[in-house]
Write a protein that binds this ligand. Sequence first.
Ligand code: ZN
Length: 162
Amino acid sequence: MLKKQLNITYEEYNSDNELPLQLQNLVQQARKISEQAYAPYSRFRVGAAVLLSDNTVVLGNNQENASYPEGLCAERVAVFAAMANHAETNIKAIAICSNPMDFETNVPLSPCGACRQVLAEYEHKSNQHITILLCSLKGHIILINSVKDMLPFHFSAENLSE
Ligand SMILES: [Zn+2]
């Protein structure tokens, strides 16, 4: 038996202003698009802003459905739209911001496992780290340097062949 340990490093910020300008803008766009989320059932609005390698920004928000499982998280709405329309680019960063309708929080949103898996696919495809910014409305931000840090042991194309 061999015991191993994984360590991750991440950064915490208390306001947007502490980030580089391009990432500040990304966070603000994620916050703004969260206002247009369709979340009548959870009342938990989320916005996502994807920054591509050509500096295009693609936005998404959660889209819910009366048939609950048919809805989709903001992260996947944004990432799939980005990759559908800009297939030749890579994802450099994604900012994700929660905007609950019924309470206030300064705890940054954390993406679900399915969204982490989707992000891992594109990080693997491009072989370049995707920076992830988890943001509250009030300005508390966590910056993670790679999807691998959020989803160690993720399933990838390498698992599909010998
Ligand atoms: Zn999700």
